[in-house]
Design a protein around this ligand. Structure first.
Ligand code: ATP
Length: 773
C-alpha cells in the first residue's frame, strides 16, 4: 500500500464528511435515497460523497468515491435502479479489502457511511465499523498514515438504509423498493388476468423471494390469487390435493380463470422445492386446466419507483443523515426502518440477526417461528388472504346465533381500494357465516329504494365480488349525501332488511355520516348496531387515521402526471409548471407528491399563499435557473393544493412567475383534476383495503350476541379504523369527532405530515419567508 501520510483536515466540530453507497441487488428508490442523503448532508453544512459500484468502489477508491454537489442529484427521484451503481464485491468480505477501503475513506476525509442495501450489505457495513479502530491502527503501523493524520478518524459512523425488493429485513414494514416491485408484479398479473379469463386458463406465476414470501403474499392479496406458495409458511403435507380442491371449488362457483403465485424459494414442509412447473403439471394433469407458467424475473426490479418508495427513500435518507449527526462512538449502528407510518431507528445488527433467524427457522422447519419472526403485519396479511380464498371451512363458521347481516355502504367520491375492501369484507363474512349485504348508491339509494323490486339492498355472493380486488371506482355505487337528509328512511331500510352491523367505506362525507348515525342513536334504535368506517379518499383528510385507502393510488397518478410534465419542462429547459392538486382543505396530497417528485415548493391550505412567499420563490427559481448550465435537464414543479388560496389561483401564480421572471424562464399551469382518482388501485391501497376490511369485520363480529343498549353504551361500537403512528387501531367515533376533528375545514386538527413540508423545502433548497418578515 502506498505511503500517504496525509488526510484532509478534520471538519469543524459537529460537521462531517458523509458518504452514501448502494449495494447488493438494486431496487427502485435507491437513487432517491442517494439524493436525499446528499442534499440533507449539504443542507446540514457537511460534505457529501457518493461511493460508486457498492463496496467495489470503496475498495478501489480514487474516482469511485466522488464528492457530490447539490445539482449532481437533480431529477434522481424519478429514476429507477441506482445511478451510482451497485455490485457484489468479494474482496470486501476479506480483511485486506476492508483495510484498503478504510484507507480510501481516510484519504478523502470521510468519517461516516450510509449504506443502502440488503442484509448482506448491512452486515458488511457493521463488520466494517466494528473493525474500524483496528484497521486504522494497522494503517498507522504499516506506515500508510501518521498517527496525527488518523486522529480525527478514530470512529466510523455507519447508518443502514434497507434497499431491497424482497422486503426481507426484520424490523421494518417496508424496504425501499418493495412496493415498486409489487406494483410491477400486480401490473403483470392484472394483464395476465384478462387473457386467463378469456381462455379460461390457469397461470402459475413465479415471483422473486428466495427466503421471503412478502412479494408472493402481497401479490396474492392484491390480485385475489387462488393459491400462494411462500417459503415461511409452506402448505399442508397433502398440498397437492389442497390446492386442487381450492381451485376446483372456485371453478365450480363460476370462476373462469385461475392464478397461482409461487415465490422463488417456495417449498413443501420437508423443504422440497415447489417449482412452478410442478404446480402447472398438477393443474393440467389433475384438473385438466389449460395451464401456463410465467416467470416475471427482472421486470420486478425494473421501472421507476412508486410514490411510496420515493417518499420512503427520501424520508429515510434524511433520517439517516440526522442519525449520523446524532451518533456518538458508543451508539450502536442504526438502521432506518418504518413501522406502519412512523420512521424509526433500530439497531442494525439486531435487525440483521432477526432477519437471519427467519432463514434459520425455515431451515429447521419451524414454520410457526418463521411466520412469527416476520412480524404481526405479515401474519395479519396471511390471515386476511386465507379467509378471502377459503370460504367453505366448516371449522371457521360461527354458531347461528352469532351470525350477522352486515350492511356495506360506500359514501362520497370513489377512491382506489373501496372495492377491494368490500370484496375482503364479503369473503370474511361468508367464511364466518355472516351475510354480506350491499347497500347500493349510498344513503339516498338505501333510504329511497330499499323496497323496490330491484332493491338497493342486495346480498353479495362470492362470485359477485370475486374480481373486485383490482377494480377502481365503486362497484356498489356511492353517493355524497349523509343520513341526516332522511333519518327515517335510513332507519326503516335498516330495520326492514334486519341489518345488524354497518361497514361504511368513504371519505369525509362517510365520516360525517357515521357521526350523524352515532348521534341519532338517541332517537333511532336501528342505529344501535356496530358501525365501522374505513377511511377511503384521495385527500387523506379523515380524522382518526393517518392513511385513507385511495390516497396512495392518487399519489401514484399524480407523480406519473408530474413525471410526464417534468420531462416536457426539462426538454424546453427553462420552464416551471404550477400543478394543481386535489385534497380539499388538506395539503397532504400536495406535500407527499412534492416529496416524491422533488417539487420546488408546495402550497397548502394549512399555510396559505402570500405575496412574499411567491416573490421569494421566484427569486429562488431565478437562482436555480442561473446555476443550471444545461448539464442537468430537469423540469421544475410547484404543487398548489386546490384550496391553498382563493386569490392566488394556479393560473395566476403561473402568470405572476412568468411576468416576474424577467424573461429568464417560462411558466405554465396544469390541472390534472379527476386523473388523480387513478384508474386501477395501487397495490398498497389494495392490500391495506383487504387487511382493514378483514379487521373491521372481526371488530364488528366481536359485538355479535350483544343487546342494542349494550352496543350503544360501548364507545368502540361506532369507530374509525386507521393507522396512527406505529399502530393500526379502532378509535371511538365519539372521541375522534369531538377532540380530533376540524369540522370547518374538514380535516384532522393535527395533521401528522405537517413537518414534512419543511423537508420538501430543505431538499429543494427553498428559503421560506414568513408572512410577517
Ligand atoms: P440482496 O437483497 O440483493 O441480497 P444484499 O445486500 O443482502 O442484497 P449481498 O450480496 O448479500 O446482498 O451483499 C452485498 C455485498 O455486501 C457483498 O458483495 C459484499 O461486498 C458485502 N457483504 C455481504 N456480507 C458481508 C460480510 N459478512 N462481511 C463483509 N461484507 C459483506
Amino acid at each position: 500500500m502506498a505511503q500517504v501520510n496525509l488526510a484532509p483536515a478534520a471538519m469543524p466540530e459537529g460537521k462531517k464528511r458523509i458518504a452514501v453507497m448502494t449495494s447488493g441487488g438494486d431496487s427502485q428508490g435507491m437513487s432517491g435515497a442517494v439524493r436525499a442523503v446528499v442534499r440533507q448532508t449539504i443542507a446540514s453544512g457537511c460534505d457529501a460523497f457518493a461511493v460508486y459500484e457498492g463496496y467495489e468502489g470503496l475498495v478501489q477508491g480514487g474516482d469511485m468515491i466522488k464528492q457530490m454537489k447539490w445539482e449532481d442529484v437533480r431529477g434522481w427521484l424519478s429514476e429507477g435502479g441506482t445511478l451510482i451503481g451497485t455490485a457484489r464485491c468479494m474482496s470486501f468480505k476479506e480483511r485486506p479489502g476492508r483495510l484498503q477501503a478504510a484507507k480510501n475513506m481516510i484519504d478523502k476525509g470521510i468519517d461516516a457511511l450510509v449504506v443502502c442495501g440488503g442484509d448482506g450489505s448491512l452486515t458488511g457495513a457493521d463488520r466494517f465499523r466494528g473493525e474500524w479502530p483496528s484497521l486504522v491502527e494497522e494503517l498507522v503501523s504499516n506506515g500508510t498514515f501518521k498517527q496525527e493524520a488518523v486522529e480525527p478518524f478514530k470512529h466510523l459512523n455507519i447508518v443502514g438504509l434497507v434497499g431491497s425488493i424482497d422486503n426481507d429485513l426484520a424490523g421494518t414494514d417496508a424496504t425501499i423498493g418493495c412496493y415498486s416491485s409489487l406494483q410491477r408484479i400486480c401490473q403483470a398479473v392484472d394483464y395476465i388476468d384478462a387473457t386467463a379469463f378469456s381462455h379460461q386458463r390457469a397461470f402459475v406465476i413465479e415471483v422473486m423471494g428466495r427466503h421471503c414470501g412478502w412479494l408472493a403474499l402481497m401479490a396474492g392479496v392484491s390480485t385475489g390469487a387462488d393459491f400462494v406458495f411462500l417459503p415461511e409458511n409452506p402448505p399442508s403435507e397433502n398440498w397437492e390435493t389442497e390446492m386442487c380442491d381450492v381451485v376446483k371449488r372456485h371453478r365450480k362457483l363460476g370462476k373462469r380463470k385461475t392464478i397461482v403465485i409461487v415465490a422463488e424459494g417456495a417449498h413443501d414442509r420437508q423443504l422440497n422445492a415447489i417449482s412452478p412447473d410442478k404446480v402447472k403439471d398438477l393443474l393440467a394433469g389433475k384438473l385438466g386446466l389449460d395451464t401456463r407458467v410465467t416467470t416475471l424475473g427482472h421486470v420486478q426490479r425494473g421501472g421507476t419507483a412508486v410514490a411510496y418508495d420515493r417518499m420512503l427513500s427520501t424520508l429515510q435518507g434524511v433520517e439517516a443523515v440526522k442519525a449520523v449527526l446524532d451518533s456518538t462512538p458508543e451508539t450502536p449502528s442504526p438502521v432506518i426502518c418504518i413501522v406502519e407510518n412512523k420512521i424509526v431507528r433500530k439497531s442494525l445488527m439486531e435487525a440483521v440477526k432477526l432477519t437471519q433467524s427467519v432463514a434459520e427457522a425455515i431451515e429447521r422447519k419451524d414454520f410457526q417461528s418463521a411466520m412469527k419472526l416476520r412480524g404481526a403485519e405479515f401474519d395479519e396479511y396471511w390471515t386476511a388472504y386465507s379467509t378471502t380464498v377459503s370460504t367453505d371451512k366448516k371449522e371457521l363458521l360461527l354458531p347461528e346465533e352469532k351470525r350477522l347481516r352486515v350492511g356495506i355502504i360506500h359514501v362520497g367520491a370513489p377512491a382506489g381500494g373501496m372495492n377491494a375492501a368490500t370484496r375482503a369484507a364479503t369473503a370474511y363474512c361468508l367464511t364466518r357465516g355472516h351475510t354480506p349485504i350491499a347497500l347500493h348508491n349510498g344513503f339516498p339509494g338505501l333510504a329511497r329504494h330499499y323496497k323496490d323490486e330491484e332493491s338497493s339492498v342486495r346480498e353479495i355472493k362470492w362470485l359477485d365480488a370475486e374480481n373486485w380486488a383490482s377494480k377502481g371506482g365503486s362497484e356498489i355505487g356511492t353517493n355524497r349525501a349523509t343520513p341526516s337528509e332522511d333519518y327515517d328512511g335510513v332507519s326503516d331500510a335498516l330495520t326492514y332488511h334486519k341489518i345488524d352491523a354497518l361497514f361504511v367505506v368513504g371519505g369525509f362525507e362517510a365520516f360525517t355520516a357515521v357521526s350523524e348515525l352515532r348521534k341519532a342513536r338517541r332517537d333511532y334504535d336501528a342505529f344501535k348496531i356496530p358501525i365501522v368506517i374505513l377511511p377511503a379518499t384521495v385527500s387523506n383528510n379523515v380524522p382518526g387515521t393517518e392513511y385513507s385507502i385511495g390516497s396512495d393510488t392518487c399519489l401514484n397518478a399524480l407523480i406519473d402526471y408530474c413525471d410526464a410534465i417534468k420531462q416536457s419542462a426539462a426538454a424546453s429547459r427553462r420552464r416551471v409548471f404550477v400543478v394543481e392538486t386535489q385534497g380539499g382543505a388538506s395539503g397532504y396530497i400536495a406535500t407527499i407528491a412534492g416529496l416524491s417528485i422533488g417539487a420546488v415548493a408546495v402550497y397548502t391550505p394549512e399555510e396559505g399563499i402570500h405575496l412574499k412567499m411567491i416573490a421569494s420563490d421566484i427569486e429562488h427559481l431565478k437562482e436555480q435557473f442561473a446555476k443550471d448550465k444545461g448539464q442537468n435537464r430537469s423540469g421544475k414543479i410547484i404543487l398548489r393544493n386546490e384550496k391553498a388560496s382563493k386569490t392566488y389561483t394556479t393560473e395566476i401564480i403561473a402568470n405572476i412567475i412568468r411576468e416576474e421572471s424577467g424573461g429568464k424562464f417560462d411558466s405554465r399551469f396544469a390541472v390534472p383534476g379527476h386523473v388523480q382518482q387513478g384508474g386501477i388501485p395501487s397495490p398498497m391501497d389494495r392490500v391495506r383495503a383487504v387487511r382493514f376490511g378483514v379487521k373491521s369485520m372481526q371488530h364488528i363480529e366481536s359485538f355479535a350476541g350483544k343487546s342494542k343498549d349494550e352496543i350503544a353504551k360501548d364507545p368502540l361500537s361506532c369507530s374509525v379504523i386507521g393507522i396512527t403512528g406505529a399502530q393500526v387501531q379502532f378509535s371511538a367515533m365519539e372521541k375522534v369527532e369531538k377532540e380530533e376533528t376540524d369540522w370547518k375545514d374538514r380535516r384532522p386538527k393535527n395533521e401528522f405530515w405537517m413537518d414534512l413540508v419543511s423537508i420538501v423545502d430543505t431538499l429543494s433548497g427553498r428559503p421560506r419567508p414568513k408572512k410577517e418578515d
